[in-house]
Write a new protein. Structure first.
Ligand code: 6PG
Length: 472
């Protein structure tokens, strides 16, 4: 009987596309899904020359694979992963490898690694980014876990991943559940950048009064220079899409309530948990939550009536400043996410190679951008950089844009255009670059009402004062 090198459980769009990508690169692969229709479609949709087989039962699937088996799961995160593992692990043999390619929570991965290890099986968490198209043509792949198991997968992963300068957008992300963690933070950054782009859109639309054709031109221009990125590129194209029900542009017919599957929220929760400041990511999560309160927002807008907007004096200049503000606030969002990875790596012993993280984010994934090239050289020079804002070259770039960020933030505030992402990026920057923050006063207050003690600037030790009330 012919044996297949890889197996894929879950033949939804992502699973099927990733499977075809693997087959395209000359690897044989068997697929399984509880939905037999999907299994049937798999072989029908395969190109000639691909070594692909759809299997009807999990038993057939497992016995069709070479040993040690290398099985990729592309099923929804949470219970479905445990359900598949419950059914499949009794059929596996020592040394087999199960790779979860979904957006699983890293703690779930830790639990599964331990559970499968007790059965002498390997379990790996592997982030995959790039959406449906990326899965088919070359995603960014973030595997973590057992380094020995990773070695067996490496040639295949390098073959199917996106390429930048002939280098594959995949690398070992670290121990344990590092692969899932890096992907989670990728998504947190994705939330922040999307929030920032939507704010820039609002400023250009309601502030400068640009229509969709003009917005297309602006995003086209932005995408052709230092702001070149996947998210700017697709935003450019969104402004050209006409609606099929009306004569309008589709973007204007879409209800302003944002959905979320939860990876952004996990990123924020994690940052709170381990003590890292990522306010632009936090605000992106909470802005989506606020957007869902559409009916209340409409009610409130009637009570408070929206502020009259003063058009910027020089539209060209304004567009340039908004572009620079978007560029810098995006850079600051990456800085926040990467600083979370630095701390998480220490906290959980992941040993995440930051240099490789930014390297593999340069292509294939949703947050790919040319800016990551600069981050890559920064980490190449100093792999232990605790915050990308501390790099010399990056700091020059930041300095050249900070005025524009301040002006844009000021314009938004003065005109009542909500710009939570832009404001928090600037606020984070100002706090992070301030030698003496006013939290000496917070420490005094804490000590005043709760004897929580404080440290001094001029001597070692912990102090408490019996604070004088001026009331008596
Ligand atoms: C990717 C995306 C992908 C997915 C997000 C969407 O990297 O390919 O991030 O993982 O599209 O989960 O997340 P929300 O539904 O939460 O916006």
């Amino acid at each position: 009987m012919e044996r297949y090198s890889y197996g894929m459980v879950g033949l939804g769009v992502m699973g099927r596309n990733l499977l075809y990508n693997i087959a395209d690169n000359g690897f044989s692969i068997a697929g399984f899904d509880l939905d037999q229709e999907k299994v049937k479609e798999l072989e029908e949709g395969a190109a000639s020359g691909m070594k692909v087989r759809g299997t009807d039962t999990l038993e057939d699937f497992v016995s069709a694979l070479e040993v040690p088996r290398k099985i990729i799961l592309m099923v929804p995160a949470g219970k479905p992963v445990d359900a598949v593992l419950g059914n499949i692990t009794p059929l596996l043999t020592e040394g087999d490898i199960v790779i979860d390619a979904g957006n699983s929570y890293f703690e779930d991965t830790n639990r599964r690694v331990a559970d499968l290890a007790s059965k002498k099986l390997h379990f790996m968490g592997m982030g995959v980014s790039g959406g449906e198209k990326g899965a088919r043509t070359g995603p960014s792949i973030m595997p973590g876990g057992d380094p020995e198991a990773f070695k067996l997968l490496k040639p295949m992963l390098e073959a199917i991943a996106a390429k930048v300068d002939n280098e594959a957008c995949t690398a070992y992300m670290g121990k344990g559940s590092a692969g899932n963690y890096v992907k989670m933070v990728h998504n947190g950054i994705e939330y922040a950048i999307m929030q920032l782009i939507s704010e820039a859109y609002d400023l250009l639309k309601r502030g400068a009064g640009l229509n969709n054709d003009q917005l297309y031109q602006v995003f086209k221009e932005w995408n052709s220079g230092e702001m070149n990125s996947f998210l700017i590129e697709i935003t450019r194209d969104i402004f050209t899409q006409k609606d099929t029900f009306t004569d309008n542009y589709l973007v204007d017919q879409i209800l302003d309530k944002a959905g979320a599957k939860g990876t952004g929220k996990w990123t924020s929760e994690q940052a709170m948990e381990i003590g890292v400041s990522i306010p632009t990511i936090d605000i992106a999560v909470t802005s989506r939550i606020l957007s869902a309160y559409k009916e209340e927002r409409v009610q409130a807008s009637e009570i408070y009536s929206e502020k009259e907007i003063t058009k910027p004096e020089d539209t060209e200049q304004f567009i340039k400043e908004v572009g620079d503000a978007l560029f810098l606030s995006t850079l600051i969002s990456y800085a926040q996410g990467l600083s979370l990875l630095v701390k998480a790596s220490e906290e959980y012993g992941f040993e995440i190679p930051l240099k490789d993280v930014v390297k593999i984010w340069r292509g294939g994934c949703i947050i790919r951008s040319v800016l990551l090239e600069k981050f890559y050289s920064a980490y190449t020079q100093d792999p232990n950089l605790s915050n990308i804002l501390l790099d010399k070259e990056i700091s020059e770039l930041v300095k050249s844009k900070i005025k524009a960020l301040r002006k844009t933030a000021g314009y938004a505030v003065a005109n009542g255009i909500s710009s939570l992402g832009i404001q928090t990026a600037l606020g984070y920057f100002d706090a992070y670059t301030t030698k003496s923050l006013p939290v000496n006063l917070i420490q005094a207050q804490r000590d005043y009402f709760g004897a929580h003690t404080y440290q001094r600037i001029d001597r070692e030790g912990v102090f408490h004062t019996s604070w004088q009330s001026s009331n008596n």
